[in-house]
Design a protein around this ligand. Structure first.
Ligand code: AMP
Length: 250
């Protein structure tokens, strides 16, 4: 079984991004970048399936500029067998990503495709769903457990008030939730070794996909500043303020 995992390069999750002075976008100039956290869960799950002898090959794919080589090296250091970079402009939108992934699926013919449930930069949460629709494959989104038996993958998803378990016929598209697993720590020697591994590079233009933007970013703004809270001296005072709504932010 071959597993394809999509890994996006995003601003490191520890960084508090700043907005450009003109509000046209966030400013990522000189900011630390890394692998999208949900994609690390996706890759970890694929690697565990390989370690259990269920998968035979794990291929990581990233779409963007040559800078994306760093997340592919990270994926190789985690244990991916191969890495593919689809070179295109940095700001590909979910539909373009899904179409490009579809053409990689046609080339690689994986049995399972695992993506993150969302990229933490744009919080779109669309690519896996679009890819499944374009391929006409079943989809198990926001997976918190995953099990493969024969030609079927069983996925548990967290839904309002409980969990939902779905059985999907392979090939299928899964999107990973953080609860799926705890990604392994990448050791320095593995990172050094990954530097020497080849990364197959494909120019997006060769794939004959329309990459035109469908969405226009109009403005980015900071969330409203929260007003300072107040301290009360007693429970009675708190209750009285709650009842009168005095000083309470509603
Ligand atoms: P999104 O729909 O943008 O929130 O992204 C959902 C998932 O799609 C991510 O967690 C990645 O697995 C995958 N994805 C989106 N954009 C890219 C990209 N440029 N390169 C690789 N994977 C991507």
């Amino acid at each position: 079984m071959k597993i394809l995992v999509a890994v996006k390069r995003v601003v490191d999750y520890n960084i508090k991004v700043r907005i450009k002075a003109d509000g046209s976008d966030v400013d990522i100039e000189g900011v630390k970048m890394g692998i999208n956290p949900f994609d690390e869960n996706a890759l970890e799950e694929a690697l565990r399936l390989k370690e259990k002898g269920i998968a035979t090959e794990v291929v990581a794919v990233s779409l963007g500029t040559s800078a994306n080589q760093d997340v592919l090296r990270h994926s190789l250091a985690m244990g991916a067998d191969r890495a593919i970079l689809i070179e295109a402009s940095a700001d590909l939108q979910p539909l373009a990503v899904a179409k490009l992934l579809k053409s990689i699926v046609a080339r690689e013919e994986p049995n399972l495709i695992i993506l993150g449930k969302q990229a933490i930069d744009d919080d779109a949460g669309q690519t896996g769903q679009m890819l499944a629709a374009l391929l006409d494959y079943p989809q198990g989104t926001f997976a918190s457990t995953l099990q493969i038996e024969g030609d079927e993958v069983t996925v548990t998803r967290e839904v309002d008030g409980g969990t939902e378990t779905l059985a999907l016929a392979l090939p299928a598209v899964i999107t990973a939730d953080l609860r799926l697993n705890e990604p392994r720590f990448v050791k320095l020697p593995n990172l050094m070794m990954a530097r020497k591994k080849p990364i197959e590079t494909i120019n997006a233009a060769e794939l004959g996909v329309n990459l035109d933007a469908r969405l226009k970013l109009i403005q980015v703004s900071e969330p409203a500043v929260r007003k300072a809270g107040i301290k009360v001296d007693s429970v009675e005072e708190l209750l009285s303020k709650l009842r009168s709504h005095e000083g309470i932010l509603v």
